[in-house]
Design a protein around this ligand. Structure first.
Ligand SMILES: *Cc1c(COP(=O)(O)O)cnc(C)c1O
Length: 467
């Protein structure tokens, strides 16, 4: 399979090149040149496989000959061996809904599903190409810790993660800074998340530095992350009864449009998802888009579901590309209109296509808290605030008359990752699983540093010279 850029100015590349490239060299996002399609009987065959074999069957359709079968099987096996259940993404029935728990990886958020695999894949490809890579990124919490746990202890790869000092949750900070492997560098910057992002952007803009130290990124635009996320949609299907498989929808708590993009591709591959339901918090650029056909950003506001506090969804260009009939010229026109005026209005024909693919709801903090409380009181099940936006959207959907479809709600984080929000809803902290309880006693390491590009560069140079 070849991979192409949404902007059309990059020569088609192989899967391995697409993974190492991350963002296409013309600034676009990479996509497979065509989407592989499974027939109905193939899909029911897939539904009999354990998670790792299911992943193998899906990945090979994108990877082709790029990675030998045995190597790929080994990569997948070691990526999901770190999960606390071999189901990887178990489906639980809670009050008539189907909650798919995506939080059984090392950092208890769904990002582990992609980043455990991406870390192993990077290590494998770097060894093959006899190269090294230095990952740098800024985080407001979840992505940084999942990336660190994906890369820790791997050969030929270092990771530098900037987090705003004192501004990430206690659990998130501990999850990052308690990783003491030699190839992990935590930088606690004096500033906020935006300062961290600015520093990282400026470092990437220094092309000499970027080249000299072979810098790379792990953000959600990497195709391998989307690919890894397609698998659990198929896994959810396999956990439904035969009757339910005929009529089901999936609700996705959304920020950067990565998770739901994977669901959209799964649907294109033939998985019979009736509707993809997008839930946002008060940062609602995407739910406004789906309900009005107008894409227009607003100020980011902090909420109880911080991993969804996003106004410009980095994966959205992939979906726009399909709306533009896979025509890079058309896509570039849309992007140009948006970047010039801050607003993109779809014509009625395109808007109708959006409405055929998705429905969307905006769930504010009040409704999020009520959902956590009601679900806990009625069932004893504790939702994290991100998952609760989805469950609230699902409850709204159920109330619509005539809706009898099975509803799968993706649970994107374990409640113990966001204990303060949970306490606000139910008056007590959620029980901490062993991985979180153990954090309290672990030694931590991080470097406090100014939010200054030169200071961070000097730190990296010093560390990389010592290595
Ligand atoms: C990252 C994240 C999201 C948002 O996922 P996207 O792929 O960015 O849409 C939702 N919930 C949690 C807990 C997350 O960490």
């Amino acid at each position: 399979m070849k991979f192409i850029s949404t902007r059309g100015n990059t020569k088609p590349v192989s899967f391995n090149q697409a993974v190492m490239m991350g963002l296409a060299s013309d600034g676009g996002l990479l996509l497979p040149a065509s989407i592989p399609i499974f027939s109905e009987s193939e899909i029911n065959e897939l539904a009999t496989l354990p998670y790792t074999e299911l992943a193998f069957a899906i990945f090979t359709r994108f990877i082709g000959e790029d990675i030998p079968e045995n190597d790929l099987r080994e990569l997948i096996k070691s990526s999901y061996a770190t999960f606390s259940t071999s189901l990887v993404a178990p489906l639980k029935e809670v009050d008539g809904l189907y909650i798919q728990e995506l939080f059984h990886g090392p950092t208890l958020a769904f990002k582990d599903i992609a980043l455990q695999f991406l870390g192993n894949l990077f290590e494998y490809l770097l060894k093959k190409e006899q190269r090294s890579l230095n990952i740098i990124g800024a985080t407001s919490g979840d992505t940084g810790s999942a990336a660190i746990h994906g890369i820790r202890g791997k050969d030929n790869i270092n990771i530098f993660i900037l987090h705003p000092h004192g501004k990430v949750s206690r659990v998130q900070e501990k999850q990052m800074t308690s990783v003491l492997d030699d190839n992990v560098f935590n930088l606690a910057i004096d500033g906020n998340f935006d300062d961290g992002q600015r520093v990282v952007k400026e470092i990437f803009a220094d092309l000499d530095f970027k080249q000299k130290y072979s810098l790379g990124a792990v953000n959600s635009i990497n195709w391998a992350r989307i690919m890894a996320q397609i698998v659990y949609y198929f896994s959810a299907y396999s956990q439904l009864s035969e009757a339910q498989r005929k009529d089901f929808s999936v609700v996705v708590p959304t920020g950067n449009f990565g998770n739901i993009m994977a669901g959209w591709i799964a649907k294109k591959m033939g998985l019979p998802i009736k509707k993809l339901v997008l839930a946002t918090n008060a940062n609602d650029i995407l739910s406004r888009f789906i309900n009005t056909g107008i894409y227009e950003s607003a100020q980011v506001q902090p909420t109880l579901s911080p991993s969804m506090d996003i106004q410009l969804a980095s994966n959205f260009e992939r979906y726009l590309y399909f709306l533009a009939d896979c025509n890079p010229q058309k896509l570039k026109k849309m992007m140009a209109v948006f970047s010039k005026s801050g607003k993109l209005t779809l014509d009625p024909e395109l808007f109708a296509r959006v409405k055929a693919d998705f429905t969307a709801t905006r769930i504010d903090d009040q409704a999020t808290l009520e959902t956590i409380k009601n679900t806990w009181e009625e069932t004893g099940y504790i939702l994290d605030p991100h998952t609760a936006t989805g469950v609230c959207a699902a409850n709204n959907l159920r109330q619509q008359s005539g809706n009898t479809a099975a509803i799968i709600c993706l649970a994107t984080a374990h409640p113990a990752k966001f204990p303060e929000a949970v306490k606000k809803a139910i008056g007590k902290f959620p029980p901490a699983p062993p991985a979180i309880a153990a954090l309290d006693n672990l030694p931590c390491r991080s470097e406090r540093i100014k939010a200054d590009t030169n200071a961070v560069k000097a730190y990296m140079e010093k560390k990389l010279k010592q290595a």
